[in-house]
Design a protein around this ligand. Structure first.
Ligand code: AMP
Length: 398
């Protein structure tokens, strides 16, 4: 019987589950989508057959179905030794991962006002695995925790101070597990101690954020109170002028509609009027589709501005690191972005960029570049598995 760690990531309408061995090698992963809808389905990576889910199946049903399928396929022959849950918002309560007990569960519930679409489903996942595996230690790994080291000047908005004091309105930052992974992975590849490594980490997926990490800790990041602030994303606008709210009222667009527009109908999708998918956009741009060209230009320019902005928080820079679906795979986005930054001295080697980084350390910069530039695949599930092992007190053999 193999010791395993189960990783559970409940999104608002999806569920990702992964299984690792105790040396943090990934054994399998699975995905359920369209949760709560009539056409909900689940699939285990590498298995062509869908796992049937009842119409309207919720996160709990999907988790039970996936765990049963893991058992049937002998991927899970005994209870896991630890379970790690991605939890989106830990507010100011959680600076690191936490072993889940009643008080931690309550604190996650208390943070739900800050992430109403996510924390409640994260709790559903926690309750479902508690039912399935009552004796297994469970650990909450927070998207926000890595950014709790932000200094006050980086996390405060210039709003009436009582908004922060009374309601916790501040910048929290997200994608913390990914940025944390980038910090330790870059240090490993450079042969440095994580606590002595300073990087700018650009996580560019459907959601995008960038973080300045000084001596291993997060000191500035682009997402704020919610994951809407900062970079241009697949369907999210990133930064906008708050004056837009009043202007759009004169156009009869309500706050509720605007919330939906900014989150679901903006970003690459809004600008291109076609798609939020960077791969498709690149193909359209190559064919001369002007709105796709514009969407990519805005995306890259905003990113370049933020790379410069992150430098305000660093004393030195060991590497600029790209990750996420776009960051890892789009040589075009990396090249276009860095073409805006002549003054800062990033020089990339086109051949290394095209192959998404050299084999040994993911480097794409020229030898004469002032700063290293690297491409490093992220693995948030693996970080969650590692944190679950460490926080639950289960010893890793790696
Ligand atoms: P993620 O959320 O990390 O899965 O990233 C999703 C984004 O990565 C989407 O915009 C995809 O189009 C983009 N992506 C994935 N593969 C590629 C690729 N080969 N070239 C460009 N973009 C890609």
């Amino acid at each position: 019987m193999e010791d395993t760690i189960l990783v559970v990531n409940c999104g608002s309408s999806s569920l990702k589950v992964a299984l690792f061995d105790i040396n943090l090698r990934q054994l399998t992963s699975a995905l359920a989508e369209r949760i709560g809808k009539s056409d909900a389905f689940a699939r285990i990576t590498g298995h062509s057959r869908d796992i049937p889910l009842q119409s309207g199946a919720g996160h709990r049903d999907a988790l039970q179905a996936l765990v049963s399928a893991f058992r049937e396929l002998s991927l899970l022959t005994s209870p896991p030794v630890a379970i790690g849950h991605r939890v989106v918002h830990g507010g100011e309560t959680f600076r690191e991962a936490a072993l889940i007990d009643d008080s931690v569960r309550q604190a996650i519930e208390d943070c739900a006002g800050l992430a109403p679409l996510h924390n409640p489903v994260n709790l559903t996942g926690i309750d479902a695995t508690t039912e399935l595996f009552p004796d297994v230690p469970q650990v909450a790994v927070f998207d926000t925790a890595f950014h709790q080291t932000l200094p006050r000047h980086a996390y405060l908005y210039a709003l009436p101070y009582r908004f922060y004091r009374d309601w916790g309105v501040r910048r929290y930052g997200f994608h913390g597990t990914s940025h944390n992974f980038m910090a330790t992975e870059t240090a490993r590849l450079l042969g440095k101690a994580p606590g002595e490594t300073s990087i700018i980490s650009a996580h560019l997926g459907n959601g995008c954020s960038i973080t300045a990490i000084r001596d291993g800790i997060s000191v500035d990041t682009s997402m704020g109170l919610t994951p809407l602030e900062g970079l241009v994303m697949g369907t999210r606008s990133g930064d906008i002028d708050p004056g837009l709210f009043e202007f759009l009222e004169t156009k009869d667009i309500s706050a509720e509609s605007l919330h939906r527009i900014l989150n679901n109908e903006s970003g690459l999708l809004g600008l291109s009027e076609k798609t939020n998918d960077m791969r498709t956009l690149s193909e359209l741009a190559d064919q001369g589709h002007e709105p796709s060209i514009v969407a990519i230009e805005v995306f890259c320019f905003r990113l370049a501005r933020y790379i410069s902005a992150m430098m305000a928080s660093l004393r030195e820079l060991d590497a600029l690191v790209f990750t996420g679906g776009i960051g890892e795979n789009s040589a075009m986005v990396r090249a276009k972005t860095l073409s805006h930054l002549h003054l800062t001295g990033f020089a990339i080697a086109p051949s290394l960029n095209r192959q998404h980084g050299n084999k040994t350390d993911g480097r794409i910069n020229r030898e004469d570049s002032r700063f290293k530039v690297m491409v490093i695949p992220t693995n948030e599930e693996r970080v969650i598995a590692r944190e679950a092992l460490e926080t639950s007190g289960t010893v890793s053999h790696s």
